[in-house]
Design a protein. Structure first.
Length: 124
């Protein structure tokens, strides 16, 4: 990983890019325990903060690599969408079952299955 970070620093330097270390986080996937001193990572002499979890594009990455929190977040968003769909159906804005099914698929299933190829394999 340290070699890859050095390559990243070279890439930034070659292309004249600047790196904002304050916005950079690193999740080290491990089976538990704390990181050792050799687990500290630096970019241009500045330490990259190691965190236990990070949300990227709505997916929770945690150090365990199991995506339990990602799955729970997806389920919670789907529950919220279910409530909104039920409100729409109660107001009677759709009369056909086909319309209700399309509403279900577009609102609830997209929330539930968002990024499931990343987090869902373990939960199939």
């Amino acid at each position: 990983m340290k070699r890859k970070i050095r390559k990243l620093a070279t890439y930034f330097e070659d292309d004249g890019l600047k790196h904002n270390i304050d916005k950079s986080k690193m999740v080290v996937f491990r089976k538990g325990g704390k990181l050792s001193k050799t687990g500290e990572f630096f970019l241009n002499g500045q330490e990259i903060e190691c965190v236990n979890e990070y949300v990227y594009l709505g997916v929770v990455f945690s150090s365990s690599g199991l995506f339990r929190k990602a799955m729970k977040a997806r389920k919670q968003r789907a529950r919220i969408a279910i409530g909104k769909v039920i409100d729409i159906l109660r107001r009677g804005t759709t009369e056909s079952l086909t319309g209700a099914n399309k509403l279900f698929e577009s609102c609830i299933m997209t929330n539930l299955l968002n990024c499931s190829p990343v987090w869902g394999l373990r939960h199939t």
